[in-house]
Ligand binder design. Structure first.
Ligand code: 13P
Length: 349
């Protein structure tokens, strides 16, 4: 277990965060094509290689999440991605869920799949050099915010139960295999809802997730939680300033996340880099005032990489400028992770 504790602590250490570069083949291909790049295994590799070989990346990035395809690929010089990451002081991680399907007897509520055969896959990923893993479950804010709790038989509430169970079984398998699980319950920003709706939904989801993690025997000291920030829907007419996002986010986390969890690495959820970093900075400032028990950092995808992709557009001549855009976004996010919690008191034998 001590290796897992060290890995988890390393992922959320001061002034660094996690780069999510683990889009599925389908999602990555869509994003490449939107940027005018033919989507092939080679272009997906070249794009991820551009990200990873950004000069100085290890100053801001503690871990990079890859997908199955990239973990099996190598840079142009033949160095496997996992080795290249380690050479830069960055831990290689792997997304292990296999996407979502629809829960029966619900109106389009999704459940994340991927438990079948997971034990064997985790062994392979560890042999390929991964030290941590990621599983993302997706929740709709207005649906999950409906009063009644996950215990009701309302079809929409089944999504919370099923996804929390999946996250917990995944996390237990990871710890058994010697990998730190990133537990990612994401209340998505889609919609025009008020921030209070996201807050209620996030609370309901986190309550169920930590109850299931406990049932499955997952050690909270050896996970990283990757939640959404508490924010309004992307089409909400009532924006929220960073101070409000920070207050509602920390209040929700305090109510549901055990202090033993070493760190919380927020996803960006479609926020652009500057607002995501402003919110992260405000969360860290409030955490310092309130002496919150966790490191509070980032595990952004789009908020870090979008600018690099539109700058690159598959042109090798644009690589350096695209890498500079990624570096600037990573530096801004890392600077927002400023708060260091007091170390937990030593446990007496
Ligand atoms: P975004 O930061 O783009 O939301 O991506 C994070 C992630 O890992 C989604 O699973």
């Amino acid at each position: 277990m001590s290796d897992l504790l060290e890995t988890a602590a390393g992922l959320v250490g001061p002034g660094t965060g996690i780069l999510a570069a683990d889009e599925s083949i389908a999602t990555m291909s869509r994003r490449l094509e939107r940027a005018g790049v033919d989507a092939t295994p080679a272009s997906r590799r070249d794009y991820r290689a551009l990200l990873l070989t950004t000069p100085g990346l290890g100053r801001w990035i503690s871990g990079i999440i890859l997908c199955d395809e990239t973990l099996g690929q190598s840079l142009a010089d033949g160095t496997p991605f996992a080795v290249a990451a380690r050479e830069r002081g960055i831990q290689p991680g792997i997304k292990v869920d296999t996407g979502v399907s629809q829960l029966p007897f619900t109106d389009g509520v999704s459940v994340t799949e991927g438990l079948d055969g997971l034990r064997g896959r985790l062994e392979r990923y560890r042999a390929q050099g991964a030290t941590f893993a990621k599983w993302r479950a997706v929740f709709n804010a207005p649906i999950c915010a409906t009063p009644g709790g996950a215990s009701t038989k309302d079809g929409n509430r089944r999504g919370i139960r099923a996804n929390a169970h999946g996250l917990a079984r995944y996390a237990a398998l990871c710890q058994e295999a010697g990998l730190v699980p990133i537990v990612e319950p994401e209340v998505i920003m889609d919609g025009d809802h008020h921030i209070a709706v996201c807050e209620r939904a996030t609370a309901a989801v986190l309550a169920q997730v930590f109850a299931e993690l406990d049932v499955m025997g997952v050690d909270p000291r050896a996970i990283v939680l990757k939640p959404n920030m508490v924010v309004p829907g992307s089409f909400s007419e009532t924006p929220a300033a960073p101070a409000e996002v920070a207050r509602r986010t920390l209040q929700t986390l305090r109510a549901h996340v055990p202090p033993a969890v070493p760190g919380i690495a927020f996803l960006s959820g479609g926020q652009r880099n500057e607002p995501a970093c402003a919110n992260l900075r405000a969360i860290n400032e409030l955490a310092a005032e309130e002496a919150a028990p966790w490191h509070l950092t980032f595990s952004f995808g789009r908020a870090l990489v979008d600018d690099a992709l539109v700058t690159w557009q598959g042109d090798p001549g644009a690589t350096a400028v695209a890498q500079a855009a990624l570096a600037a976004n990573c530096a801004r996010a890392a600077a927002a992770h400023r708060y260091t919690p007091e170390p937990a008191p030593a446990v007496r034998p």
